[in-house]
Design a protein around this ligand. Structure first.
Ligand SMILES: Cc1cc2nc3c(=O)[nH]c(=O)nc-3n(C[C@H](O)[C@H](O)[C@H](O)COP(=O)(O)OP(=O)(O)OC[C@H]3O[C@@H](n4cnc5c(N)ncnc54)[C@H](O)[C@@H]3O)c2cc1C
Length: 344
């Protein structure tokens, strides 16, 4: 059973670039995606307007979350998953099983619970998770635009003071502009329209985009309190997946692939737990933690370092200079934030 707060389909703040590492796995699972946009080239610019372009080693595809999440939801239904649209407010573990309570006052019991509720939710407070009291100083903003001249095969990452923004096409032909910015910078304007016209437009490539593109949403969407703090992978016996287990910096364009990969790891351990009576809960949890850490720890660390470099003007100019001299260097950076292709 899947308990989900919002009915599908719906838009979501996200860069909407999916790494090809999960494409074979999605195909093996029989997920039917609409015609997506194939992306094989990355452009990077500094706030001073230095621009670099490189081929992506593995590449990816552009698809709106509206379409992608809906396709996954339809696949889950056809595989026999019961989906109830309600918000979970409490999960408790008692005597080798869980009680799950929702805001509609429904109660469920389950042998296994997977926590896949994203970056931050009321459940984190209920579970008293480590990171919840810490600073979450980032804001994400997204909107779709009409800008047909933007190349289909490109994902562009442009740096501005206090943040960076990504541009890439989705399956509808719309260009997604999604950015992450620190509150410290955003609070100078406190308003998305003003922030776009003052701060973001100082990057000449984003300025050119915002001046020529036509917004397709009534208003941009935003999410607050984005945090990249480390998290526990298992809390009170709940196996945490996707962003609930750990969020990679969005500039790596790899959060969705990691979420799907972590779900694959969890599903294999859970399958083993149900099939082999001698494989107990504790072993299942420790195997999940071990495999998750092997797969993602290094990527998260590299993502953290890259983000701190990108947000420092001197360091980012230096990095861009190094990348310009050695195209192999950027490929090895990209490889260290991505994994190999996954399959069943
Ligand atoms: C600005 C920004 C740009 C990004 N760009 C990219 C990108 O280009 N490419 C990429 O791969 N990744 C990107 N990411 C990361 C990506 O969005 C996430 O890694 C990915 O969505 C994680 O999937 P998930 O299933 O773990 O969480 P989510 O996609 O957030 O799904 C969690 C679900 O849980 C539901 N939920 C929450 N609480 C409850 C509750 N109490 N009860 C019931 N349901 C609940 C929510 O409604 C939601 O549907 C970006 C992130 C940000 C912030």
């Amino acid at each position: 059973m899947l308990l989900e707060r919002y009915v599908y389909p719906h838009h979501k703040v996200c860069g909407e670039y999916v790494s090809n590492e999960v494409m074979p796995y999605l195909e093996d699972l029989g997920v039917k995606l609409p015609k997506t946009v194939s992306i094989d080239t990355l452009q990077l610019s500094t706030r001073k307007g230095k621009l670099l372009q490189t081929k992506l080693p593995l590449g990816g595809f552009g698809i709106s979350r509206y379409a992608f999440d809906h396709a996954l939801y339809k696949k889950a239904l056809s595989a026999g998953v019961t989906v109830n649209f309600e918000t979970v407010k409490k999960v408790t573990f008692l005597k080798d099983s869980f009680n799950v309570n929702t805001e509609r006052e429904n109660k469920y019991s389950a042998k296994i619970v997977i926590g896949a509720y994203g970056k931050r939710s009321g459940l984190d407070k209920q579970l008293n998770r480590n990171f919840i009291g810490k600073n979450a100083p980032w804001l994400g903003v997204k909107a779709h635009y009409k800008f047909p001249e933007f190349p289909d095969n490109l994902v562009a990452l442009h740096n501005f003071e206090g943040g960076y923004g990504g541009l890439s096409k989705t399956e509808t032909g719309a260009v997604n502009f999604c950015y992450l910015v620190s509150y410290k910078s955003f609070k100078a304007e406190k308003n998305i329209e003003k922030f776009n016209s003052t701060f973001i437009s100082r990057n000449k490539f984003l300025n050119q985009f915002l001046e020529n593109a036509q917004p397709l949403f009534d208003e941009p969407m935003s999410i607050a309190q984005v945090s990249f703090e480390g998290k526990q992978l298992v809390e009170d016996h709940i196996l945490m997946c996707g962003d609930t287990a750990g969020l990679i910096h969005p500039l790596c364009g790899n959060g969705m692939a990691m979420a799907i990969h972590s779900a694959k790891i969890a599903s294999e351990k859970i399958d083993n737990y149900f099939k082999n009576p001698e494989y107990g809960r504790i072993k299942m949890e420790s195997d999940y933690k071990k495999e998750w850490t092997n797969a993602f720890k290094r990527r998260l660390q590299t993502g953290r370092i890259l983000q701190s470099i990108l947000l420092n003007p001197v360091a980012s100019d230096f990095l861009m200079g190094a990348i310009a001299k050695s195209p192999g260097f950027i490929r090895s950076l990209i490889n260290s934030t991505h994994g190999k292709q996954l399959s069943l």
